[in-house]
Design a protein around this ligand. Structure first.
Ligand code: ATP
Ligand code: MG
Length: 379
């Protein structure tokens, strides 16, 4: 029973709820635990932990701490292997009895990756006297998520700033110098319309991306006919294809090809891939859209509907391929912008395909063309 009490006291240090547990033990300054019990709790914890005695030497390190800091920490002076000043200060403050608890960030590099740990030094009372328990909580993912969010906001602002500046500039010109010049007015209104449509497209794509992201875990349950979707997309894109002088053929889409899917979202996927092939191919590019059915597709370990969109355009250099599905990533920034691209198309495609538990593959040979493949599970 008493042993149980020690454990409570000990574990209390790890959490804030735990603190109130400590607070509910007024006057129990006699609570202390054996070194062995303490070491066995450390060994049971998945979180890297160190126990450091008043003599500044490590009493115990669990396997997580050994993996992080290297083996052989035991009985060494902590300063010899924890060299980061903020961490040393936190430990020193607790060992010297100035604070019961102190925190700092510890930067490490594991498996070629920079990682960040939130280090907490907290006072513990052992039979042999006070000591400091050091825990390392990996906060790398949290920090990365924060960075991604900041980059995203910066990108969106940057993308909106250019067309907005143009529109504001033309409004000023129309009010002043071009006030009585009908020809200039028409031309400027035309440019303003183009810039406003660009902002409109950007906002629409952002909304669409956030909608698909929020549905990511929700797999579509209703059947969608990939063949009918492809035929409809071909019709919708006909004006764009004609304008570009491109040639697009569709094969394999005569009979129905049902998959559990969201018709609107799958239309968006195929429209984006065909549109890209037409937009980024050279003049008169030829695009082949093929629908295939497979009884057993290894990539998804089951029956699948496969759609290839291949073009004989300029192709994409290998270095860009892994990054194409990142938001706002464009190979030729200038050319893509000229063509009205927001760089969100393939990010949306990737999310929709993921939501359908499918696969997106990109193969390309520079100078010969590109092939985008969507694999959709039938069950
Ligand atoms: N078939 C292709 N051939 C050559 N480059 C391509 C092809 N498809 C895509 N790309 C490159 O990939 C980039 C990203 O495409 P994505 O569809 O994500 O954005 P976008 O077309 O620029 O904008 P949006 O689709 O939002 O209008 C394009 O800017 C282009 O550089
Ligand atoms: Mg696109």
């Amino acid at each position: 029973m008493l042993q149980g009490h020690y454990v409570c006291h000990f574990l209390a240090i790890f959490s804030n709820q735990g603190r109130s547990e400590l607070d509910r033990l007024p006057g129990r300054t006699d609570l202390n635990m054996s070194r062995d019990a303490c070491i066995s709790i450390l060994a049971a914890s998945p979180v890297p932990m160190l126990l450091i005695g008043r003599d500044d030497r490590v009493i115990a390190a669990n396997s997580g701490a050994r993996a992080l800091l290297g083996s052989g920490a035991e009985s060494r002076h902590y300063v010899t292997f924890l060299r980061q000043p903020a961490v040393l200060d936190a430990i020193e403050a607790v060992l010297a009895g100035r604070l019961d608890r102190a925190e700092a960030d510890y930067l490490a590099s594991q498996a070629m990756r920079e990682t960040t740990f939130r280090v907490t030094a907290a006072k513990v009372v052992l039979e042999t006297g006070p000591a400091a328990l050091i825990t390392f909580v990996d906060t790398t993912d949290l920090q990365e998520a924060g960075q991604i969010r900041r980059d995203f906001v910066a990108n969106v602002s940057h993308e909106l700033k250019t067309p907005l500046t143009a529109v504001l500039g033309f409004i000023e010109t129309l009010r002043g110098a071009a006030r009585d010049d009908p020809a200039a007015r028409d031309r400027f209104l035309g440019i303003m319309e183009k810039e406003a449509s660009r902002m409109n497209r950007l906002v629409r794509d952002l909304l669409s991306l956030s909608r698909v992201e929020s549905q990511q875990r929700l797999r579509p349950g209703t059947p969608a006919d990939a063949a009918a979707i492809l035929r409809a997309v071909m019709t919708t894109l006909r004006p764009l294809v004609e304008e570009a002088g491109a040639k697009v053929t569709l094969t394999g889409a005569e009979a129905a090809a049902d998959v559990p899917g969201d018709t609107d979202q799958l239309s968006q996927v195929f429209a984006n891939l065909i549109e890209n092939a037409v937009k980024y191919g050279r003049k008169g590019v030829s695009v082949e859209v093929q629908l295939l059915r497979s009884e057993h597709e290894p990539a998804i370990r089951g029956p699948a509907v496969i759609v290839h969109v291949s073009d004989d355009g300029p192709g994409i250099d290998t270095v860009h391929i892994p990054r194409l599905t990142e938001r706002f990533y464009r190979v030729d920034d200038h050319r893509s912008r000229e063509l009205g691209g927001t760089g969100l198309g393939l990010a949306i495609v990737k999310h929709i395909v993921n939501r359908h538990r499918g696969r997106l593959r990109i193969d390309s040979v520079p100078g010969e063309g590109s092939r985008f493949t969507v694999i959709l599970p039938v069950r």
